[in-house]
Design a protein around this ligand. Structure first.
Ligand code: ACO
Length: 403
């Protein structure tokens, strides 16, 4: 596959600039620290979804033993009851086919990669597409098992063909999955690069990086992985239907001016190496624990998410009334209520499973969508308005027509 990287330039400056092909809103004036991209329909259909979460559960009641907190406080302020976490030396059992086709149950290490592999296999099975036909794998994560990226090893484990499939990680915190599907869609929608099928994962293990001494933040997060298969819709012939499926419109933004409100910074301890003379002090690398200004992130999310959804809906040419489901990054039920209220969308249309997983960062949107599709709540042809937001600061929205 040859990628058209030339069409993929993201520009900053005083005007909003879009990926190609564009339907850009050139009147919007932004500060130089902001980047933005938006656009209308891309011929890319979401056709498979899968997810996985660790086996270990921590309930709010469990956290009452760790902190001066209560189940009542956490539920009222966040909507979270429990979360799944990766534990040290944890294992999970997986079922796979042996060489003679029989099903074999085996124990594997439970880590972010194994969750991603399971989610990816589920999404592929739903899509009916073989791993060997996947051209692009993007793993959206801020907490990979391997700092150099988990996407290539996940692609290898599920059976992608390394002679044609490119795989890389993408870091955009809780906006990562949204940014990932928009990025994949640029390749699938592009002319001439030959990419037909993409697998986009959202996978995070932020409890590895939370400060367990900080009751403001440690109650929020959990682990999980989700995956979506996207297909270039040029392949679909539906002569009896004028229906347009896929990404109908999107918008994405970032503003590094607010990065200190939610961060997990590199920290190097001094390490002396004995080069000739007095030696050189290099870094012995590690990361600080995550820090978050909860109130600032809350007001950022409730301010920007309705606006970016409005922007994506305009790009899609879809009215709020035509939205069947609102699916936001699962951070806090009060954020979802405020955003739904500001857009005039009733809570019955809001998809959420936050109460049982907490904030799973890049995994939260596919984890909730997988459940909604598999329980029959989301049906083929439904319009889903999705938005992600989080560290960076970053935020984005996509209007999907499922199927
Ligand atoms: N249990 C009991 N009391 C608590 C707890 C707790 N776990 N945490 C904080 N409190 C106390 C505070 O100390 C404070 O007490 P005080 O009034 O005596 O000072 C009081 O509760 C109220 O604190 P607030 O910070 O005002 O609580 P708020 O209602 O804002 O809720 C929360 C805090 C849940 C963190 C909220 O601000 C929030 O959800 N913010 C958004 C966070 C978010 O979405 N982050 C993820 C982004 S995604 C990513 O990119 C990783």
């Amino acid at each position: 596959m040859k990628f058209l990287l030339g069409s993929f330039a993201l520009l900053s400056g005083t005007t909003t600039t879009a990926f190609s092909p564009v339907q850009s809103n050139t009147n919007v004036i932004r500060s130089p620290s902001q980047l933005a991209a938006s656009g209308g329909k891309m011929s890319v259909r979401p056709i498979g979804i899968g997810s996985a979460a660790p086996s270990t559960l921590i309930t709010n009641i469990d956290l009452e033993s760790v902190h001066d907190t209560s189940d009542e406080w956490i539920q009222t302020r966040t909507g979270i009851s429990e979360r799944r976490v990766l534990v040290h030396d944890g294992t999970r059992s997986v079922i796979h086919a042996s060489a003679d086709g029989t099903k074999v149950d085996s124990e594997v290490n439970e880590n972010l990669r194994t969750l991603g592999i399971e989610a990816a296999k589920d999404a592929l099975a739903m899509s009916g597409i073989s791993a060997s036909d996947i051209d692009l794998v993007i793993c959206a994560t801020s907490s990979p098992d391997d700092l150099f990226g988990d996407a290539p090893s996940i692609a290898h484990a599920i059976g992608c063909d390394s002679s044609k499939c490119a795989a890389f990680d993408l870091t955009a915190a809780c906006s990562g999955f949204l940014f990932g599907i928009i990025t994949a869609a640029q390749f699938l929608n592009g002319q001439g690069n030959g990419a037909k099928n993409a697998l986009v994962l959202g996978a995070d293990a932020l409890t590895r990086w939370v400060d367990w001494e900080d009751r403001n933040s440690c109650i929020l997060f959990g682990e999980g992985a989700g995956a979506m298969v996207l297909k270039s819709s040029g392949d679909f012939a539906e002569p009896d239907s004028d229906e347009e499926y896929g990404i109908l419109g999107y918008a994405m933004h970032s503003n590094g001016g607010g990065y200190m409100d939610l961060k997990c910074n590199y920290r190097g301890e001094p390490k002396k190496i004995s080069t000739p003379g007095e030696g050189i002090v290099v870094h012995d690398g590690s990361y600080d624990m995550m820090t978050m200004n909860g109130r600032k992130v809350y007001s950022f999310a409730t301010r920007e998410v309705p606006t970016v959804l409005d922007e994506a809906l305009k790009q899609a040419g879809i009215s709020v009334e035509e939205v069947d489901h609102l699916l936001l990054h699962q951070a806090n039920i009060r954020i979802m209520e405020t955003v739904a209220n500001r857009l005039g969308i009733p809570m019955e249309k809001v998809i959420t499973n936050l109460y049982k997983y907490g904030n799973t960062s890049a995994a939260s949107i596919p984890l909730a969508l997988d459940e909604a599709v598999r329980t029959g709540r989301v049906k083929k042809g439904d319009v889903i308005a999705c938005a992600g937001f989080g560290a960076g600061l970053s935020w984005g929205a996509a209007i999907l027509k499922w199927g």
